[in-house]
Ligand binder design. Sequence first.
Ligand code: FAD
Ligand code: COA
Length: 425
Amino acid sequence: MTDPSFQPSFQPSFQPSKAQQDLQAAARDLAERAIRPNAAEVDRTESYPWDNVAALRDGGFMGMTIPTAYGGRGLGFLDASLVVEEMAKVCGVTGRIAVEANMGGVSAIMRYGSEAQKKLAADLVLGEGDKPAICITEPDAGSAASEMTTRADKRGDHYILNGSKHWITGGGVSKLHIIFARVFDEAGADQGIGGFLAVRGHTEGLRIGAREPTMGLRGIPETEVFFDDMMVPASHVLTPPGGFKKGFGELMAAYNSQRVGAGTVALGLAQGAYDHALSWVQEREQFGRPIAEFQGLQWMLADMSIGLDASRLMLHRAAASADPFPDARLAAQAKIFAAETSIKVANDALQMFGARGYSRNRPLERICRDVRMFTIGGGTAQILRTVVASRILERKLPQGRDGYAEKQGKPVDSARPTAAARAAE
Ligand code: FAD
Ligand code: COA
């Protein structure tokens, strides 16, 4: 049976422009010169690589998707992906910084924000090398993100935020925070979900909590973030055109760019692992000949290369589908494929090194730890499959019991209060 919903409007061009080739070459040069040499140290010390941030900023790679009117380079998501892959090839943490400084939150502000909000974001990202933090996930609302209970109460010309988030990338290093919260009007009625901008060091009531000790990508903190009667002026509310009622979906549409970025970091890391392995199998000899001459490894190499190539094509197509944001299905399937492929490729690359791959003196074990995150963060591989399936079947697939019951015309599970009711408690 054919899939009626799948008619990608974007037909990939296989010829990068001269400008894209130059951009990629400049990114590769910077990555080799300034980023690769300290990647192991960043992992070992678990410290945020401010030197890398300065190098990215000086190279014009922070905020490159910001329109020229606000001082950026006005580049697209495909351009940004080329840069992200080069950074991630040598350092996953730096790849992620490049994503968050160009995609996700930055792109949401540049699309939906007021003039003042765009200027604020441009000043922080371009001027200070800030990588904004996106605050969506809560302890009780992970995959079920729309069930968040962080609340924003309207009081005159400002909002009061209360609640908490966790696993926030860049907590304690990022200045600009884009916070998803459930909005209540002055009468206490649920309005939907909106985005709220806060600046660490300026916005009172924004509190950074404990840092998670993570498996990989250790140079970037993942922390709790708390909002204690945090006052946000109405001028700092990021409201997409559909208002709060449509706010969640429209903010998530912007988030599709972040999913392409995350998949691209996975791709870059895996490409880096593959490159190491390719050199090694031609150099290392056993049984009197290079191990690349054994068919067992040749077929592994072929599968690794096929996976990388397919990941890149899917990611580039998703990036280039942006109108103004990448298509939800193309972004989801590209991220799933790239994330799962990266785990396999990194693992196979380590295998090709034998015992040496298991040593912390080589980058393979770090890459294996780093890639493990991408089937989880930014929407799990399971949730993203639901996004893909809903597009295949051309209908909503509510995962909550009430949503499903409502769709079926059955009584809802009245024992389970809605997220709005829980936020109101
Ligand atoms: P859960 O939702 O509890 O899921 C647990 C398991 O159940 C998963 O395997 C999941 O796939 C599965 N599952 C849940 N529901 C379904 C379903 N309906 N169908 C099938 N399977 C299901 N969040 C932010 O807001 N900002 C950040 O900057 C950020 N950075 C992160 C960085 C890292 C390194 C990591 C690991 C996470 C980050 N997150 C961030 C959080 C991330 O988005 C969540 O971890 C993710 O959405 C999953 O939520 P959860 O961890 O609560 O898992
Ligand atoms: N792109 C465009 N629109 C999206 C979207 C996306 N990626 N995800 C959701 N939407 C829209 C839906 O189309 C829907 O719009 P509609 O009301 O006009 O029909 C609206 O948002 C609500 O989506 P729905 O699927 O009904 O939400 P849900 O309550 O069932 O929740 C999600 C499902 C969206 C929360 C879940 O699929 C998800 O993405 N979870 C992962 C969260 C995540 O990635 N966190 C990362 C934090 S860094």
